[in-house]
Ligand binder design. Structure first.
Ligand code: DND
Ligand code: ATP
Ligand code: MG
Length: 273
């Protein structure tokens, strides 16, 4: 195994193999423990129709149900946050049916995104940068609801995204806790199967779906590397040197996304590439 590969695996806490049932139970327990520790009243999470939020949402719903059975207050709010009309709304509805959340709240973020972009008076804001505004607007919506209801905001960050920094800083990268930390994409899929999810939710091609000009653009197309290769790398397997170098390049460039913002007392960034 490459030395950098070993360091990354350790830093992200990836296990080469998992027992899906045990992972489900420990991650639900983590959500329950954290909620009780903070005395918050439950969780909120944006539900897109993709694998990650379907998994995170179902784990959160199960955690809240178990807490209620144990006599505690706990409530899960699934947030639908379409930008206008979502091309794969049917998948989002299938995700909601699978999660069976205590409550669903829908906020169309398009008006807020358009309003902000027009106030910026930057006619040339690229589709790419506008996409990151969408991800941050979803964060704003979730935190507004969380504050109003005394909830915590869940994230869906996991090892296969953390390694490349493939998330919007302070957008979907902003959350109070993520139950999926350390998992590869395939391990997430194993948990979905174990939870009895419909196949369409975990067989769906991953997409950030942030571009007006290219709806449903696949993550793999944008990244230039396949999740199967990222997963192989993260579980200690061999990938082509060229692939490993792409992954390690992403990891180095995105270090700032895996740290709290720097201040004059910090020096980690001086040792980073
Ligand atoms: N070295 C450094 N130290 C501290 N801060 C640094 C920095 N370099 C950039 N920055 C800051 O970071 C900003 C760039 O980061 P960011 O705003 O995140 O933007 P960026 O990384 O350029 O774009 C986000 C990427 O994540 C993908 N994404 C987003 C959302 C969801 C998903 C998904 O999988 O569903 C994927 C998206 O498709 C895109 O490729 C810069 O504008 C700058 O403010
Ligand atoms: N249209 C949307 N409605 C609600 N939440 C969204 C939407 N798009 C993105 N999100 C939120 O942003 C998170 C990051 O998106 P990401 O694409 O990584 O996850 P996903 O869509 O759940 O799964 P996948 O990565 O397989 O597409 C989602 O997990 C979800 O919480
Ligand atoms: Mg997605």
């Amino acid at each position: 195994m490459r030395e950098t590969q070993r360091d990354i695996i350790r830093a992200l806490g990836v296990k080469p193999q998992i027992n899906a049932r045990e992972e489900i139970e420990s991650r639900i327990q983590f959500c329950k423990d954290y909620l009780r520790h903070t005395r918050a009243k439950g969780f909120v999470l944006g539900i897109s129709g993709g694998q990650d939020s379907s998994l995170g949402g179902r784990l959160a719903q199960l955690a809240c149900e178990q807490l209620r059975d144990e006599g505690h207050d706990a409530h899960f709010v699934a947030m639908r946050l379409p930008h206008g009309v979502q091309h794969d709304e049917a998948d989002a509805q299938a995700a909601l049916a699978f999660i069976a959340p205590d409550e669903t709240v829908t906020v169309n973020i398009k008006g807020a995104v358009d309003g902000l972009v027009s106030e910026l008076r930057d006619e040339d804001l690229s589709d790419f940068n506008r996409g990151n505004v969408k991800a941050r607007m979803r964060m704003v919506a979730q935190y507004a609801l969380a504050a109003d209801r005394g909830l915590l905001v869940l994230g869906t960050d996991h090892a296969a995204e953390a390694v490349t920094g493939f998330f919007t800083k302070f957008g979907d990268g902003a959350f109070d806790l993520t139950p999926l930390g350390g998992l590869t994409k395939e391990q997430g899929r194993e948990l979905m199967r174990e939870l009895g999810s419909p196949a369409r939710l975990y067989e769906k091609v991953p997409t950030a779906d942030l571009l007006d000009g290219n709806p449903g653009r696949t993550d793999e197309d944008e990244l230039g590397v396949r999740y199967t290769d990222i997963d192989t790398y993260l579980t200690g397997g061999d990938v082509d040197d060229a692939v490993a170098e792409i992954i390690e390049g992403y990891y180095a460039r995105s270090a700032h996304k895996r740290h709290t913002p720097v201040n004059p007392y910090e020096s980690w960034w001086r040792r980073a590439n």
